[in-house]
Structure formats: structure tokens, C-alpha cells
Design a protein around this ligand. Structure first.
Ligand code: NAI
Ligand code: MG
Length: 487
């Protein structure tokens, strides 16, 4: 097994124009291992000056560089090579994300990294299949469309799935022929930097992918507001999404936003209860609950409520929370002190609001940002803990006894990222899939993902879709070409 000592924790620099450079200011910041609270390494800290340099490099690579002119099939070949190199380095990448983020090695190995590889494979397949159309217009004209890259795209990603979020952004953008400036989250910059090395090794031309770690209000804001960036793609909080949308308005750059959620996970009495219990566990405790589509509002039909909560709390109480590097660990550490404090704050709020704490509700151990899997029962959909995104291992159980009422309550949220339904009644399942206002609906499943299936939000969970053929929309623009065939 790979250990910490085998991981190459370099280069802690900015990746601009195919080279590893220090930040112009010379500043660096530390990235921590949230399981031990130790510093892993320090990384060059980019700000607006470095973002300028990266955007200039990306612009040059787009306008005069080889990328857009590279035959689509050769772009595909480079994406395939990137996938292959990720596969070859998968143990190292999995461990690096585990160290930087605090998530269990079992999850980085079995979920994050395979999904990352799939994402590059999938978009490698698209690169040479992005076409325009011929259109039967009136008159003596030949009209056709070209589907062209948008240009220089800025991508700002969060810390909850560090490498996977980089892959979701980078792979489709490259497949479409764009050039990129990526800003990873300050909490978890390491795998994105390693991916920069891998892309370079795979033969991606200089300047096509630039990676500038740094903080949101400095590096992130500079990228979002940059006059020479054509599109910004963001995943993170709705609050920051709002700021980015405003910054993007300066030059009316295109935007796609994948934001928060408070997703309803609805369990009917006619479901396979044990599967639904497992689904509720995955829904809220996967990745320590730091998941935008977490099933944080658990609606349970009244007649099975007692049995369901008992089964769920027994499982939650026996979860192995601890060292993320241990293959037996089921839940690791929250990413940072800020997130840890925020979650504990919400747990206090839940108690004050009169919700019933069934299990968990406290930190786990003395060191590291570990929190016990937490279940609140007797929650009302109007309580703060049922309305706001906690982004931690805290589920709010709400009892219901009427189908229409649960749909209404499920939809009673400013968010609309995901929803799940547990039932054996096929009619009810499909009907609710239509009625729930969410970008993803799972039936008798939770957290199913595939590079081919679109992901994104309704309402304040954002707009634009990642993954699937749909992501190609947001990384291309259409040109209509007219040719006079008349005299
Ligand atoms: P955040 O949304 O502020 O951070 C995400 C990314 O945006 C990071 O790369 C950050 O540096 C960047 N950023 C921050 N401020 C920016 C600005 N003014 N301009 C441009 N970029 C900026 O999220 P944060 O503060 O790390 O977490 C706070 C809460 O956000 C979490 O507790 C959770 O509720 C939510 N969140 C949701 C995520 C999702 O996937 N939907 C992911 C991460 C956080
Ligand atoms: Mg870290």
C-alpha cells in the first residue's frame, strides 16, 4: 500500500504557460491535513497579478497556439493519455486527496478517482463528435452552423471533491477546444497541481491549462471579474455564486453555477426499508456530508418512522469515524476548522430549535476535525437545520403521512439540486420524479453518478449542466454561416 512517504507533494507552485512558477508577490500559503491538523506543505499563493499572467497565457494559447487548431481527434488522444496517466498514478492521487481533504481512502480510491478517469475517457470520446448542422433556410442560401469553443474559460472549484471537480471542469472544456485558468480551493490545491503535471506529461500544449491556487476574494475574484475571460464555471456556495455572477457581469462573460442544496430524500412505507436505510446513510454520510447533493432532509412516512429511525441510528452510531488513511474508515475529517465549527454551530441550533438529537451531535476525538454521524428527529421543515445547507454529517428527519404533502414540503426550499424517492410503487416513483423540482432525481438509489449523465441545479442550486452531452453546450458557442448561392 502507498504511504504518505511515497506521495510526491510537489510542485507547490503555480502552473502558468507550461511552467512552474512562484507567485509574483512571493507569497505562499499552507495546506493542512484536517485529520491531524498538521501542515502538509506550502503552496504558492496566486492573486490578481498571477491571474493576469495566466489569462494572458491562456489567451495566447487560444488565439495563436495549437490547441484549437489541433485536429479534434488528436485532442481526443491527449485526453485519453491524461486518463491513462491518472490511472497509472491513481494510488498516489487518491492518497493526496485523502491527505488534503480528510476523506476516507476507501472513497477516494473507489469513487473519486474512477469517476475522474471516466470523465476524461468520456470527453475524449466527444472531442471529435462536436458538429454543427446544415439548415434548410428560405431563399438561395446555404446555411450551416459551426460549434466553436468559447475561448478562455475560468474555472473555480471547491474542496469537497478536489480532483473530481477539476476533472468535471477541465475535461469538457478541453474536448471543446477552450483554454483554461483553473483556481482550486485554497483548502485542497494539491491534486489539481499534480493534474497539471500529468496534463503536461500527456502533451497538452503550454498555456492551454493554467492552474493558480489562491484565495477566493483575491485570485478567485480576479478570475471572475477578468475582462479577458470568456466564461466562468463555478462550483461552491450560493453566496459566492452570487458574487461571481455580479463580477461576471462586467464583461458579460458566460457563466455556469453549481451551488448548494438541501435535497429531500423521501422514504415511503412501501419501499425496501433496509435498502432505504442504506440509501439514507450514503445520502448524508458519504464524504462526511460535504456533498452539494447530500440527502440532508430525510422525509420518512409515518407508519415506518420508528423502525426506520432505529435502524438508521444503529448504523450511524456504529460507523467507523477516524483516520482517513485507514482502509476500514467509513467517515473521515471535515475539511477545515471553519467547516467543523459551522457544523457544530448548526448542531447547537438544532437542539435550540427543539429537534430531537438521536445520535451523534459532537466531535469525535481530540485532534482533527472529526464529527460523529448526527441524526436529528422530529424536525420541522421550517427549522433552520432543515432550510440551510449544513454541509456536514447531520441529517434532519421529518415525518410525513401524505404523498402530496411530502412533495410540497420537499419542494419548499430555495434549492433544487437533487431528490430521492424510495418506493416499490412504479407509478408513484415516476410521478414524483416529475413533480420534484430538482436537477437530479434518484429512485431507490442515492449518489449515483456517471460522466454521461447531466448534473446541475434547479432554482438557487444554480444553472448550466455539467457532465454528459449537456456540458458541451456551456463550453461551445454557435456560429451561423450564410453563403449566397444566387446570382
Ligand atoms: P466557497 O463557495 O466560498 O468556495 C468555493 C470556491 O470559491 C473556492 O475555490 C473559493 O476560493 C472560491 N471563492 C470564494 N470566494 C470567492 C470570490 N469572492 N470570488 C471568486 N471565488 C471565490 O465555499 P466555502 O467558503 O469554502 O464553504 C462555505 C460553504 O459553502 C460550505 O459550508 C457549503 O455549505 C458551501 N459549499 C458548497 C459546495 C458545493 O459543492 N455546492 C462546495 C463547497 C462549499
Ligand atoms: Mg488541505
Amino acid at each position: 500500500m502507498m504511504t504518505k512517504n511515497d506521495v510526491k507533494i510537489k510542485p507547490g507552485k503555480l502552473f502558468i504557460n507550461g511552467r512552474w512558477v512562484d507567485s509574483v508577490s512571493g507569497k505562499t500559503f499552507d495546506t493542512l491535513n484536517p485529520a491531524t491538523e498538521d501542515v502538509i506543505t506550502s503552496v504558492a499563493e496566486g492573486d490578481s497579478t498571477d491571474i493576469d499572467l495566466a489569462v494572458t497565457a491562456a489567451r495566447e494559447a487560444f488565439e495563436n497556439g495549437p490547441w484549437e487548431k489541433t485536429d479534434a481527434r488528436d485532442r481526443s488522444r491527449i485526453l485519453l493519455k491524461i486518463a491513462g496517466l491518472i490511472e497509472r498514478n491513481k494510488d498516489e492521487l487518491a492518497l493526496l486527496d485523502t491527505l488534503d481533504n480528510g476523506k476516507p481512502i476507501n472513497e477516494t480510491t473507489k469513487a473519486d478517482i474512477p469517476l475522474v478517469i471516466d470523465c476524461f475517457l468520456y470527453y475524449a470520446g466527444w472531442a471529435d463528435k462536436i458538429h454543427g448542422e446544415t439548415i434548410p433556410v428560405r431563399g438561395e442560401f446555404f446555411n450551416y452552423t459551426l460549434r466553436e469553443p468559447v475561448g478562455v474559460v475560468g474555472q473555480i472549484i471547491p474542496w469537497n471533491f478536489p480532483l473530481l471537480m477539476a476533472a468535471w471542469k477541465i475535461a469538457p472544456a478541453l474536448a471543446c477546444g477552450n483554454t483554461i485558468v483553473l483556481k482550486p480551493a485554497e483548502q485542497t490545491p494539491l491534486t489539481a497541481l499534480r493534474l497539471g503535471e500529468i496534463c503536461h506529461e500527456a502533451g497538452l500544449p503550454d498555456g492551454v491549462l493554467n492552474i493558480v491556487p489562491g484565495y477566493g476574494p483575491t485570485a478567485g475574484a480576479a478570475l471572475a471579474g477578468h475582462m479577458d475571460v470568456d466564461k466562468i464555471a463555478f462550483t461552491g456556495s450560493s453566496a459566492t455564486g452570487r458574487i461571481i455572477m455580479q463580477a461576471a457581469s462586467k464583461n458579460l462573460k458566460r457563466i455556469s453555477l453549481e451551488l448548494g442544496g438541501k435535497s429531500p430524500n423521501i422514504v415511503f412505507a412501501d419501499s425496501d426499508i433496509d435498502s432505504a436505510v442504506d440509501g439514507a446513510m450514503t445520502g448524508i454520510f458519504f464524504n462526511q456530508g460535504e456533498v452539494c447533493c447530500a440527502g440532508s432532509r430525510l422525509f420518512i412516512e409515518k407508519s415506518i418512522h420508528g423502525e426506520f429511525v432505529d435502524k438508521l441510528s444503529n448504523k450511524a452510531a456504529s460507523m467507523r469515524v477516524g483516520n482517513p488513511e485507514d482502509t476500514g474508515t467509513q467517515m473521515g475529517a471535515q475539511v477545515s476548522k471553519e467547516q467543523f465549527d459551522k457544523i457544530l454551530g448548526y448542531i447547537d441550533t438544532g437542539k435550540q430549535e427543539g429537534a430531537k438529537l438521536v445520535t451523534g451531535g459532537e466531535r469525535c476525538g481530540e485532534k482533527g476535525y472529526f464529527i460523529r454521524p448526527t441524526i436529528f428527529d422530529a424536525v420541522d421543515n421550517n427549522m433552520k437545520i432543515a432550510k440551510e445547507e449544513i454541509f456536514g454529517p447531520v441529517v434532519s428527519a421529518i415525518t410525513f403521512d401524505d404523498v402530496d404533502e411530502v412533495v410540497r414540503q420537499g419542494n419548499l426550499s430555495v434549492y433544487g439540486l437533487a431528490a430521492a424517492i424510495w418506493t416499490m410503487d412504479i407509478k408513484k416513483a415516476h410521478r414524483l420524479a416529475r413533480e420534484l423540482k430538482a436537477g437530479t432525481v434518484w429512485i431507490n438509489a442515492y449518489n449515483a453518478f456517471d460522466a454521461a449523465s447531466p448534473f446541475g441545479g434547479f432554482k438557487q442550486s444554480g444553472f448550466g449542466r455539467e457532465l454528459g452531452v449537456h456540458a458541451l453546450e456551456s463550453y461551445t458557442q454557435i456560429k451561423s454561416v450564410w453563403i449566397n448561392l444566387g446570382s
